[in-house]
Design a protein around this ligand. Structure first.
Ligand SMILES: [Zn+2]
Length: 272
């Protein structure tokens, strides 16, 4: 572990300082110990997977790559995945050990001191967090005053990395999670454009049909419908397109991947 990392990490539970010894870190305040694996401090108690070093994650976009290459400020990259190269001023934070991972932990309880970073990046992370607002508050805590955050998160996306996909958010939900920040810009980037949305959702429909063992003939009927037919049906101008009943009758497990919403029926337990 290099000095830059040693200087900013702290106990995620109480923010106490850490002392190292015998391949472990121990909190000087609350006494909790944390493991070190492959020289990476692990701030979660579960087993941590080391991912093969030939794995490379999707690129994060030219503008952010340029900031990382330039080493513009001290950067925390949450959910960095497997980056193509190691950047000098960036701490890569993950829940598994990828090639360049520096610290393993939980985004809801960051193991970093207050005011440690000039920038925080979290791309395609927040839809996978159980409590996004809590993680946003942690981002605020570890940023220096005036520090910036860059988030990419899901809106109209199919379920992915299940079961660890908890929230798709509208713009307004996203603004709510980051209500304590000054929002400089909230926009749709080319990787999230309506064309990407259609491609992603339509491919999910096709995949679900295939996985459900629907006959090739019935799959073809759905695939040959047009956007306009679905729009006209929704607007009440026509009846449902051919293939509507195929989708209505998919097994529940298949429907859950591409549904418009869910019904939940609950009951308060008699004994608490
Ligand atoms: Zn502690």
């Amino acid at each position: 572990m290099n000095e830059a990392i040693a200087n900013v990490i702290c106990c995620p539970a109480c923010h106490g300082g850490l002392r190292s010894g015998r391949g472990r870190l121990q909190c000087e305040t609350c006494g909790v110990t944390y493991r070190i694996q492959n020289e990476v401090p692990l701030f979660i108690q579960e087993n941590v997977v080391a991912v093969s070093s030939d794995h490379v994650s999707n690129p994060i976009g030219a503008d952010f790559e340029a900031i990382l290459r330039k080493g513009d400020g001290v950067i925390l990259h949450i959910g960095a995945g497997a980056t193509p190269q190691k950047y000098p001023t960036c701490i890569e934070f993950e829940h598994k050990i990828f090639k360049h991972t520096d610290v393993v932990g939980d985004a809801h309880q960051l193991p970093f001191r207050d005011g440690s970073f000039d920038r925080v990046f979290a791309f395609n992370v927040f839809e996978h967090l159980r409590e996004p607002a809590r993680a946003a508050a942690e981002v605020a805590r570890v940023l220096k005053p005036g520090g910036t955050v860059a988030i990419h998160t899901a809106f109209l996306q199919a379920v992915h990395e299940e079961p660890a996909h908890f929230y798709n958010t509208t713009e307004y939900g996203l603004r709510g999670w980051f209500a304590d920040f000054e929002i400089e810009k909230l926009s749709v980037t080319p990787n999230f454009s309506p064309g990407i949305m259609l491609a992603y959702l339509m491919s999910s429909v096709v995949n679900v049909l295939q996985e459900s063992g629907i006959s090739w003939r019935e799959q073809t009927i759905v695939q040959e419908t047009t956007l306009g037919e679905w729009a006209d049906f929704w607007a009440g101008k026509t009846g449902p397109p051919d293939g509507f009943d195929t989708l209505q009758n998919l097994p529940q497990a298949a429907q859950k991947k591409i549904a418009a919403g869910f019904e939940l029926i609950g009951r308060k337990p008699i004994r608490q």
